[in-house]
Design a protein around this ligand. Structure first.
Ligand SMILES: Cc1ncc(COP(=O)(O)O)c(C=O)c1O
Length: 445
């Protein structure tokens, strides 16, 4: 707070903001002060409809008192406990609850749960698990990790190595040997599609090409987002994920789904794994795990991966990996209540009920200025705008600022607008999104 201690006027100098154009932002800040249900309230007192569930996190909507109370109770009872060679009951309780809804079919659920503090940590954890698994089964030469162009897997060195976003990679060194499939985005063939596009299944064969290039005996795992979010909502073509699974099986490669945004109901099933009916070996999560209230991530591992590592002398640590905040009591408390809310309000499948209205609303924006594609799945939409000549990203950014001023929070990446509203949304919210965004598009130069 500044010297006058006015609540809405913080001093902006010291905070180095993440993934933000700091100087531009600080010249004209956008500050959120509180939140309830589907709405933020800005620091200057305006209601802002949350079109993005924060950052794909707040699936049950904002201001859930049950979560706040559970966290308060937990902090009073046991604020912190070490999780290395020690345990505390709520971490086990939460894992049992997660195991009940774990991704995968009954009988083959990925019901072994490893806690992390974020999506990035979940990704690096899963990549390490994959390499450790291969070594444990006598495949120690398999250390190569395969990702995909335009993939986003957080910002750890593992995550940026398999990720495929140039700006996240160009300044930093990457893990030796990591390689990439091509992305599946093809506007020429797949524009304005509802749900999974028809064209592009053959792009999964890229994995065969990488096997031919590097040798299967060097590849530990392949990681993809079932629906890529951060590079602008890329929906897998029909048959693509199935084909990736088959190629992985054929060559002894583990398949990892990064479900940091698709986990916990975003598509209308608990996980994209269930929605698409394709079961990977590891699933990374975060965000909706605690409704965004307390930072936490989790990796769901198959019994195959988990059990392969439960070998050797019983006094040996099986996986030399973990975080101080793995299984933090307050995060577990938030997570258990979050699961209660999801269950009691049917939120993990609600996107399926909303999907028709959502698609109709989003696709009604077709024909507005600059719109070159609209794609939707579950309660997600990507709206792609034509870029300004020589100034990519500026048009969508202007629309983003305009929408915020008119009371709607959207997310932009390049010239693509991504929507992922809380799963408590109703039809009237879709209408408001269409109306505010539509007007902003008409105003955009
Ligand atoms: C698919 C995916 N993986 C990983 C991450 C990284 O998560 P975090 O920012 O919690 O580290 C994100 C964040 O948006 C994501 O969308």
């Amino acid at each position: 707070m500044n010297v006058h201690n006015k609540p809405n006027e913080p001093v902006l100098d010291s905070y180095w903001m993440p993934f933000t154009a700091n100087r531009q932002f600080k010249a004209a800040p956008r500050l959120l002060a509180s939140a309830e249900g589907m709405y933020y309230t800005s620091a200057d007192g305006r209601q802002v409809l949350d079109g993005t569930a924060g950052l794909w996190c707040v699936n049950a909507g904002h201001g859930r008192r049950q979560i706040a109370s559970a966290v308060e109770r937990q902090l009073t009872q046991l604020d912190f406990a070490p999780s290395f060679q020690m345990g505390h009951p709520i971490a086990f309780d939460f894992a049992e609850r997660l195991a009940e809804i774990a991704p995968g079919p009954d009988g083959a659920k990925l019901d072994r749960v490893f806690y992390t503090g974020s999506g990035s940590e979940s990704v690096d954890t899963a990549l390490k698990m994959a390499i450790a698994y291969q070594r444990a089964i006598g495949q120690g030469t398999r250390t190569r990790l395969i990702g995909r162009e335009r993939g986003y897997h957080g910002v750890g060195f593992g995550g940026i190595s398999v990720g495929g976003i140039l700006n996240n990679r160009r300044v930093f060194p990457q893990l030796a040997g990591s390689d990439h499939l091509r992305h599946t985005h093809d506007l020429a063939k797949n524009a304005f599609v509802k749900g999974q596009p028809e064209h592009g299944v053959e792009l999964a064969d890229d994995l065969e090409r990488l096997v031919a290039l590097h040798g299967a005996e060097t590849i530990a795992a392949c990681i993809v987002e079932p629906v890529a979010g951060s590079t602008g909502v890329l929906i897998p073509p029909k048959g693509y994920l199935e084909k990736l699974r088959a190629i992985c099986d054929k060559h002894g490669i583990l398949l990892i789904f990064d479900e940091v945004i698709t986990g916990f109901g975003r598509l209308g099933a608990a996980f994209a794994t269930d929605y698409f009916g394709v079961t990977p070996d590891l699933v990374t999560t975060a965000k909706g795990l605690t409704n965004g209230a307390i930072p936490m991530g989790a990796v769901f591992a198959s019994r195959k991966v988990h059990d392969a590592l439960m070998h050797g002398p019983e006094n040996a640590i099986e996986l030399f990996h973990g975080y101080t905040y793995s299984g933090h009591p307050a995060a577990c408390a938030a997570g258990i209540v979050t699961l209660d809310i999801y269950r009691d309000e049917g939120l993990l499948t609600r996107a399926a009920d909303l999907e028709d209205d959502w698609q109709t609303a989003m696709h009604s924006l077709k024909g507005l200025p600059h719109v070159i594609d609209i794609r939707t799945i579950g309660l997600i939409a990507g709206i792609e705008l034509a870029s300004r000549d020589g100034a990519p990203g500026t048009r969508a950014y202007d629309v983003f600022v305009d929408c915020f001023e008119k009371g709607l929070l959207i997310r932009v990446t390049g010239d693509i607008i991504a929507f992922s509203p809380p799963l408590i949304a109703e039809k009237k919210h879709f209408e408001d999104i269409v109306s505010i965004l539509g007007d902003a598009l008409k105003r955009a130069a």
